[in-house]
Design a protein around this ligand. Structure first.
Ligand SMILES: Nc1ncnc2c1ncn2[C@@H]1O[C@H](COP(=O)(O)OP(=O)(O)OP(=O)(O)O)[C@@H](O)[C@H]1O
Ligand SMILES: [Mg+2]
Length: 332
């Protein structure tokens, strides 16, 4: 892309959003239907969108569906996971770097803003971005201009921003972790994606969807879910939401000895009993219960983080972050 000109960037398949549409999402509950109705309505309006919701609720999929339903659908959908990129590299990742900007940089690298020109830039886990990086994003977004690291030329890019975070936004704002100016700009349109426990009627259709995905992908031949297994899934609290459900179904489908999933195949830890809850010291806030649940799963797996993150249906970096956030300690 040349600076200050409306040249067409090359769209490579790597930057095209995969074919996720609103119709391809499993959606039967009134709460999720309402979230998707808002998202579909905003898709055509070219406003910035902030997606809020717990981990695994479907924010990435919704971002892609919004892009695919927008006027920018034929342009790139570029995703940046802000929590996965160290702060020192985030600026060059977003805005690019000139040849020689770093001792190791032997060629010009385009940033995600440039690559997303004309399309959508999905800033995932925006709550993990530093305040300095947030200020630069705000400028690039407001004035559509930025400079590559080590460059003096001002470049222009026209991107629609969709941002997402699974952290409580009120707390991020109160702690000064999320800049208010950026928040108000992104808050043009906020969509809250409900957790799976608030749309339990979706568990069965989602489970059936994931079973058929497994049958297709792994050649498994699961035909049904036994009533007791379905009951067990309805009772589970699903802290890892749809991602956790998907992981549970995948593991169960591959391991099941018969063509119907039984409750035992799911290997779900029993629902917390009141006595299990007492160590929360009466902290019934969502964060308190989440911290306790994560600690319980970590203890069950002997603090095997790989197994724990898989059981919880969250990524390793998310687990590490939550361990730090809740100050969880391995028992001596
Ligand atoms: N409504 C749905 N229909 C089908 N699959 C879904 C749906 N919602 C979520 N999934 C699946 O659940 C998994 C998690 O979804 P996604 O990655 O969009 O969550 P997220 O909200 O972005 O999570 P995080 O905050 O951890 O990034 C993905 O495998 C996705 O395909
Ligand atoms: Mg996500």
């Amino acid at each position: 892309m040349k600076p200050m000109a409306g040249n067409e960037p090359t769209i490579t398949s790597a930057y095209r959003s995969v074919g996720v549409t609103f119709d391809s999402l499993v959606c039967v509950s009134p709460t999720f239907q309402e979230a998707l109705r808002l998202a579909a309505g905003a898709a055509s309006k070219d406003v910035a969108i902030l997606l809020l919701g717990e981990t695994g609720t479907g924010k990435n999929l919704i971002a892609q569906a919004i892009h695919n339903a927008s006027k920018r659908a034929r342009r790139p959908f570029v995703s940046v996971n802000c929590s996965a990129i160290p702060d020192t590299l985030l600026e060059s990742e977003l805005f690019g770097s000139e040849k020689g900007a770093y001792t190791s940089s032997d060629k010009l690298r385009k940033g995600k803003f440039e690559l997303a020109d004309g399309g959508t830039l999905f800033l995932d886990e925006i709550g993990d971005m530093s305040s300095v990086a947030q200020a630069k994003v705000l400028r690039a977004f407001e004035y559509k201009q930025f400079e590559r690291v080590g460059g003096e030329e001002t470049l222009h890019a026209d991107v629609r921003i969709i941002a997402a975070t699974n952290r409580p936004i009120d707390k991020l704002l109160a702690d000064g972790r999320f800049r208010e100016d950026l928040f108000y700009r992104l808050n043009e349109f906020t969509i809250e994606v409900p957790p799976l426990r608030k749309r339990r009627e979706e568990i069965e259709p989602l489970a059936l969807r994931f079973i058929s995905e497994c049958n297709e992908k792994f050649g498994t031949r699961i035909k049904a879910i036994e009533p007791a297994a379905m009951q067990r899934m309805r009772e589970h609290t699903w802290p890892g939401n749809v991602r956790e459900l998907r992981a549970v179904i995948k593991r169960a489908s591959v391991a099941a000895p018969a063509d119907a999933l039984r409750a035992a195949d799911l290997r779900l830890t029993p629902a917390a009993t009141p006595s299990d809850e007492s160590p929360t010291n009466g902290d019934t806030s969502l964060a308190g219960v989440e911290a306790k649940h994560i600690e319980r799963v970590l203890n069950q797996t002997g603090w095997n983080k790989k197994e724990s993150s898989s059981k919880l249906g969250i990524s390793r970096p998310t687990l590490d972050r939550k361990i730090t956030e809740y100050n969880l300690k391995k028992p001596e």
